[in-house]
Write a protein that binds this ligand. Structure first.
Ligand code: NAD
Ligand code: IPM
Ligand code: MN
Length: 369
């Protein structure tokens, strides 16, 4: 059965706006390449709360579990911020990650040549930059117990979250990072706070253990996460693969996004363990959120979600030629000077989400003859 089952969850805010450009690409692949997907759609986040009272329904979860891949736009927004914590839009995304056991979040930060002067950092610092952040996604302080807000005897309150990592959780994410490094520059930097946190001490020891026993050929270094944040802007070129926990990975990947010129450029893939046939459960999503400040204006950058779909073509459907073509199309369009408003560059015309999407399709046409 070679039906490619794709579940699309556009979500909230700019999620639906940027996802419209993916639909163009899906249509293009069908028309021009004879590649068709069995696409279904569902609700996640605030739109699901509005329709069903929960950020994701059991039925949508079942669809996600059955799909070969899930593509998600973004969730969240001011409309739902005052809801009780357990039913907020973000819980829908976190449930998807947890229940699909998507422990490995790959967040590549690549600087396109045309955008070297769009970063707030100097061009010479970020030219040619290509970093892969590997973020642990189903453990750590995001899910650790105990957690909650409790009221104390004197009426004051206490908020609790717990950072927990086990040997196996650390080892499996380390293996993902080392495997990726072997196909790249052979370097892994592991970031934690082993100077302050016991979970950080364990993290460092287990990453070192996996290295020494299974990947001695990789150049492994350890760095405190705060120093890593600083080094990312001081000299990002020193990094190849960075492996880190759930919370540090969230923060470091937003930071890395700005090296590339805009958060609207950064894709991600969230992968589970491989089954016997080598297939992994997978969810693809931009690193950015629902961008309430620009939602509804039609000016969001669709490249992050398009590149996320590109990662989906590459990792879940083995469509390397098409994924490469998309990367080249993005390069071509950026070289041609088109920019959405989030990219800070002087003297460029500002185009809408839709015009950017159309330009990508036109470039795909051109490149594929
Ligand atoms: P955000 O990523 O939504 O926006 C941060 C800034 O980046 C905003 O100024 C926004 O306009 C800009 N931006 C982001 N993506 C862009 C794009 N594609 N094109 C142009 N500009 C873009 O982060 P936030 O404002 O902290 O969060 C807003 C909501 O999104 C919150 O509810 C948050 O929880 C949620 N969120 C969801 C995800 C997700 O669904 N994966 C990720 C991050 C935040
Ligand atoms: C991300 C987001 C999410 C996270 C939120 C929306 C739950 O910031 O994907 O980076 O913190 O993981
Ligand atoms: Mn984030």
């Amino acid at each position: 059965n070679d039906k490619k089952n794709l579940l699309v969850l556009a979500g909230d805010g700019i999620g639906a706006e940027v996802m419209a450009e993916v639909w163009r690409l899906i249509d293009w692949l069908d028309r021009r390449r004879g590649i068709s997907f069995a696409v279904s759609e569902g609700l996640v986040g605030g739109v699901s709360i509005d329709a069903h009272g929960v950020p994701i329904t059991d039925a949508t979860m079942a669809q996600a579990l059955a799909a070969d891949a899930v593509l998600l736009g973004a969730v969240g927004g001011p409309k739902w911020e005052t809801l009780p914590f357990e039913v907020r839009p973000e819980r829908g995304l976190l449930r998807l990650r947890k229940d699909l056991e998507l422990f490995a979040n790959l967040r590549p930060a690549v600087v396109f040549d045309a955008l070297v002067d769009a970063s707030p950092l100097k061009a010479e610092i970020i030219r040619g930059l290509d970093i892969m952040i590997v973020r642990e996604l189903t453990g750590g302080v995001y899910f650790g117990q105990p957690r909650g807000i409790e009221t104390l005897a004197d009426g004051s309150r206490r908020g609790v979250n717990t950072q927990v990592y086990t040997t196996e959780e650390i080892r499996r994410i380390a293996r993902v990072a080392f495997d990726l490094a072997r196909k790249r520059q052979n370097r892994v930097c592991s970031a934690e706070k082993a100077n302050v946190m016991e979970s950080g001490v364990l993290w460092r020891e287990e990453v070192q253990w996996v290295h020494d026993n299974e990947y001695p050929d990789i150049d492994l270094s350890h760095m405190y996460a705060d120093n890593c944040a600083m080094q990312l802007v001081r000299n990002p070129g020193q990094f190849d693969v960075i492996v880190t926990d759930n919370l540090f990975g969230d923060i470091l990947s937003d930071e890395a996004a700005m090296l590339t010129g805009s958060l609207g450029m950064l894709p991600s893939a969230s992968l589970g363990a491989a089954d016997v046939s080598g297939r992994r459960r997978a969810l693809y999503e931009p690193v950015h959120g629902s961008a309430p400040d620009i939602a509804g204006k039609g000016i969001a950058n669709p490249l992050a979600v398009l590149l996320s779909f590109g990662m989906c073509l590459r990792y879940s459907f083995d469509l390397k030629a098409e994924a490469d073509l998309l990367d080249r199309a993005v390069n071509g369009v950026l070289d041609g000077g088109l920019r959405t408003a989030d990219i800070m560059q002087q003297g460029k015309a500002r185009i809408s989400t839709g015009v950017m999407g159309e330009a990508i399709i036109r470039e795909m046409d051109k490149l594929s003859g």
